[in-house]
Design a protein around this ligand. Structure first.
Ligand SMILES: [Zn+2]
Length: 313
């Protein structure tokens, strides 16, 4: 693992030219405030973990702008350049093709791939749109479902990995990172317990979503996800897939078709109107759109929406 020398705590001018030269060579490209670790996260849930674990000693930027749908994010040359200047890049391989390419091209100083620390599973066949994946569908590991963060216990698996990387980059603050990580883990555990309790007793266990983002959530809480599109939100569902979803809605007595905040709700709304059922928002937490909301508040809104749709007691 790359260990960057500690940044100087005295002004460079006072340290002498030779020392300054060595120090600059040691943290080449570092753009942040001295004493601050610069982290580049590829999308929101990884940004959240980096921010919460890093606290005051870390500056976190996200490659996916707030309110943008991350799957098909495109990176400007300036954003790609940020990968080589960041002290740590946190991303998820196989999720955002542009980020995978940028990591490969730039060879960042230190990289944490969430896919190495989270147990990812194949996307379930019945959540695909029934068509073969094409080579350019943006999922190179293509057959693994990327949406692990919707199961709080899987997101918690990233926490100690981020903590270890930050502690290696900034050993002076290791105990703070450890305390922050413990607190975040505690909150994720509490959220998991709320979900388990809230979804324990429900009249229905099948829910219909726009894209197949909720497979890990469904698995964790013993629900059944029926997704109109596959794991890629931009994929148009085939007529055969729509007919299959309609059949599930009728057979299971589904009351609600969920749509998302970051992709067009048109297909979900048309289907719901045709079937005479309600629509509601279920947010894949791939980005946060509202001021003041975060992973936890959106996850709790999702829980409430599921409890209503599934008639949970
Ligand atoms: Zn997604």
């Amino acid at each position: 693992m790359h260990r960057r020398p500690r940044r100087p705590t005295v002004p460079l001018a006072a340290a002498g030219l030779v020392t300054a030269g060595l120090v600059l060579a040691g943290c080449q490209g570092g753009t942040g405030t001295p004493g601050t670790v610069d982290v580049l996260a590829s999308f929101y849930p990884l940004q959240l973990v980096s921010e919460r674990v890093g606290g005051d000693h870390v500056r976190v930027q996200s490659l996916t702008p707030p309110g943008a749908e991350p799957h098909d994010v495109e990176l400007s040359p300036a954003q790609v350049a940020k990968l080589s200047s960041a002290d740590l890049v946190v991303y998820l391989s196989g999720f955002q093709a542009a980020v995978d390419d940028a990591v490969e091209q730039t060879g960042p100083q230190d990289v944490l791939d969430a896919a190495d620390v989270v147990d990812l599973e194949p996307a379930h066949e019945d959540e695909h749109d029934g068509e073969e994946h094409t080579a350019d569908d943006g999922h190179e590991h293509g057959d693994l479902d990327p949406h692990f963060w919707l199961d709080p216990t899987r997101l918690a698996a990233v926490v100690p990995a981020v903590e270890q990387r930050l502690a290696a980059l900034d050993p002076e603050h290791a105990s703070e990172f450890a305390a922050n990580a413990a607190e975040l883990t505690r909150e994720l555990t509490a959220l998991d317990e709320e979900y388990a309790a809230g979804l324990r007793t429900c009249e229905q266990r099948t829910f219909v979503t726009s894209h197949a983002a909720f497979g890990y959530l469904a698995e964790r809480y013993d629900l059944e996800q029926v997704a109109i599109s596959g794991v890629d939100p931009e994929a148009e569902p085939s007529p055969a897939r729509l007919a299959e979803v309609e059949r599930e809605v009728r057979e299971q007595g589904v009351t609600t078709i969920f749509f998302e905040t970051l992709v067009s709700p048109k297909v979900a709304q048309t289907l719901a109107a045709d079937l005479g059922v309600r629509t509601a928002v279920l947010d894949p937490i791939e980005g946060v759109t509202e001021e003041g909301s975060d992973y936890f508040s959106v996850a709790r809104d999702n829980l409430e929406a599921l409890r209503v749709a599934l008639s949970c007691s």
